[in-house]
Ligand binder design. Structure first.
Ligand code: SF4
Length: 241
């Protein structure tokens, strides 16, 4: 921790903008991006930043290590880096694809129309509060025009998600949509084949299901997601010994 602080302080003295450890808003983590230092950053710093992220002991340390990340081209179009939100000790974690327009503007995952649907699943379906779970995405910065994240962007950002999961250590992950499912399960199988059955991610039970944005376009498939969520509820209640 002391070494981490010293490193962060030395980087700040060097003019590299970071969010200080412990100063993220409670229950919400976002980093503004004003584009400064993009061209002046020491090239070797990217490696140090990633190593620092992987060594983080808390979500706040991880957020500080990610800082004003420029590891992939998505950094150039973001308003906010959308890190994650919720209970750092949540039993249940949702993982989506990446921020959309509303999320990019507000710095919080799943706050647009699809986010409202996810919130309904959490509150009305599962009976938890949104702040009882943890919510994150595979990529932390918005792809332009909400296009799919590209392979190099997923590869650059994935270690941050893995570290988030490692720190939250939920009992259950619900992976929302193709990119989250295929990234976490390292599978090319279509979501339609993977959803509805339990899988394992590093010993954690993982339920793949459709992304809420897909459900907005295909409301008839809400019943399939409800089938998947009922399995999650049973698991949370310990009804599946
Ligand atoms: S998407 Fe991830 S790797 Fe790319 S700039 Fe944003 S935080 Fe960095």
């Amino acid at each position: 921790m002391v070494a981490l602080r010293r490193h962060l302080q030395s980087r700040q003295r060097a003019g590299i903008r970071l969010v200080p450890v412990g100063e993220a808003p409670a229950g919400k983590s976002s980093v503004g991006n004003d584009g400064e230092h993009a061209l002046t950053r020491p090239s070797g710093d990217l490696v140090a930043e990633k190593a620092l992220a992987i060594n983080a002991q808390t979500l706040d340390e991880l957020l500080a290590a990610i800082g004003d990340c420029r590891l992939c081209k998505l950094c150039s179009g973001r308003t906010h880096l959308v890190f994650g939100v919720g209970d750092p000790n949540a039993r249940l974690m949702f993982v989506g694809e990446g921020p959309g327009r509303d999320e990019d503007l507000q710095g919080e995952p799943f706050v647009g129309r699809a986010g409202q649907l996810l919130t309904d699943i959490i509150t009305k379906g599962i009976g938890l509060r949104r702040e009882d779970v943890y919510i994150a995405n595979v990529v932390k910065c918005r792809p332009p025009e909400n296009r799919n994240p590209e392979a190099d962007e997923v590869a650059a950002c994935e270690p941050f998600l893995k570290k988030q999961i490692d720190l939250v250590r939920p009992e259950i992950i619900v992976a929302l949509g193709k990119f989250a499912v295929q990234t976490l399960l390292q599978s090319k199988a279509p979501i339609s084949k993977l959803r509805g059955s339990w899988h394992r991610y590093h010993g954690i039970k993982l339920m793949p299901t459709f992304h809420p944005a897909y459900l907005l376009r295909n409301p008839a498939d809400k019943k399939l997601v409800w089938q998947d969520i009922k399995k999650v509820i049973s698991e949370l209640r310990g009804e599946n010994p």
